[in-house]
Design a protein around this ligand. Structure first.
Ligand SMILES: *[C@@H]1O[C@H](CO)[C@@H](O)[C@H](O)[C@H]1NC(C)=O
Length: 351
């Protein structure tokens, strides 16, 4: 396990005892003027499309969407708009699906995982789910994005936590151990664990704690060309929802996933209000251009936004994209840039 670090699950949990809070610098210490200007992610000409994985409001299953050509904001439903995956374990429902690449020499380009929240809200209610909800996440794996096997419900938190929701995974170049102190047990914070195989996990620890503000729905975008793929890059963006104020904002680190994160524009700066479930991905063709799906949960679900200065909140950094080719009512999920082989295989299988 030594070199196989991975932030397995950004776990939003309510911790009761001795919540482990890491020694992270948390946002407010510094106010950056602007994102790191020197860092521009290079577009990758080998990538020719996008695979989206989402759930739909009343239907907590995994639905796949394929981009129309290499257009980052135009998608069509695969499998005749029927689910591609329906859980047989846990609550039988899955939300917040994220397709993540395996990492390291053994898995890069050969294995993908699909992780999601184990929750069918139709069988419970939000209050009960938050207090006694699932402590595990649903996981599938695939060697080609087409055949998904090995469904499992993996329990990552003990019984002092509830609400292990909205998992997110990214290659972590530097594992760390964290000193601890006790946090406010009722605040919703983001926890993490490391895994090499999505079967066993290290003991979860707190990753983001903004008590008394609740934070949920983390998504991480590698910022420099080497970040997020095991090559040692240290610059990342992370998007999350302030669940107290119902806003989505971005933070920047140039010192790794466990380095110093700053919130450009300051503590009140946001990308958008009244949204949740941010899903970020780089444009395949334009250097340094990022896309961000924001779930207008009070309206018609995801709407696409775009930016060439994605490490910024406000200040006109993010603009709504054209919605002409973007389906309505998609809910919290993820988008994976893919190459022509994978695009062709998905199209052939699910058309
Ligand atoms: C696309 O990626 C897959 C998986 O890594 C690889 O096997 C395939 O050769 C790639 N195809 C192209 C056209 O680059």
């Amino acid at each position: 396990m030594a070199n196989l670090g991975r932030i397995a699950a950004a776990i939003t949990g309510t911790l009761l005892l001795a919540a482990q809070v890491s020694a992270l610098a948390i946002g407010s210490a510094e106010v950056a003027q602007d994102g790191p200007a020197a860092l521009t992610r290079r577009a990758d000409p080998s990538l020719t499309g996008y695979l989206g994985a989402f759930f739909l409001g009343a239907d907590p299953y995994v639905y796949f969407y394929l981009s129309n050509g290499n257009d980052p904001t135009s998608f069509r439903a695969l499998n005749r708009a029927a689910p591609v995956l329906r859980p047989t374990k846990g609550t039988g429902g899955v939300r917040d699906p994220a397709v993540v690449q395996g990492g390291g020499a053994a898995e890069a380009g050969r294995k993908w995982y699909l992780v999601g929240t184990d929750l069918d809200i139709g069988k419970t209610n939000w209050d009960a789910a938050q207090r006694t909800g699932s402590r595990g996440i649903l996981v599938w794996e695939s060697a080609d994005l087409v055949r998904w096997t090995g469904e499992r419900l993996v329990v990552v938190e003990d019984e002092t936590a509830g609400m292990v929701w909205a998992p997110e995974a990214i290659w972590d170049p530097s594992r760390t151990s964290d000193p601890s102190h006790t946090g406010n047990p009722s605040t919703i914070r983001i926890r993490y664990a490391h895994t090499a195989d999505f079967k066993t996990f290290t003991r979860p620890q707190t990753y983001i704690d903004k008590s008394p503000t609740n934070v949920i729905d983390l998504t991480i975008l590698p910022l420099d060309d080497d970040a997020g793929n095991g090559n040692g890059g240290q610059s990342f963006l992370r998007f999350m929802k302030d669940e107290t104020r119902k806003t989505v904002f971005v933070e920047v680190s140039t010192t790794g996933l466990f380095g110093t994160w700053t919130r450009p524009g300051g503590d009140a700066a946001v990308i958008q209000s009244g949204v949740e479930g941010p899903a970020a991905y780089w444009d395949n063709r334009v250097d340094g251009k990022a896309h961000l799906l924001l779930d207008f949960y009070g309206a018609d679900g995801y709407r696409p936004y775009e930016s060439t200065r994605p490490g910024n909140n406000g200040g006109g950094a993010w603009a709504a994209s054209s919605r002409g080719g973007f389906p309505s009512n998609l809910r919290h999920g993820s988008v994976l840039p893919i190459n022509a082989t994978l695009y062709g295989a998905l199209e052939a299988r699910w058309g």
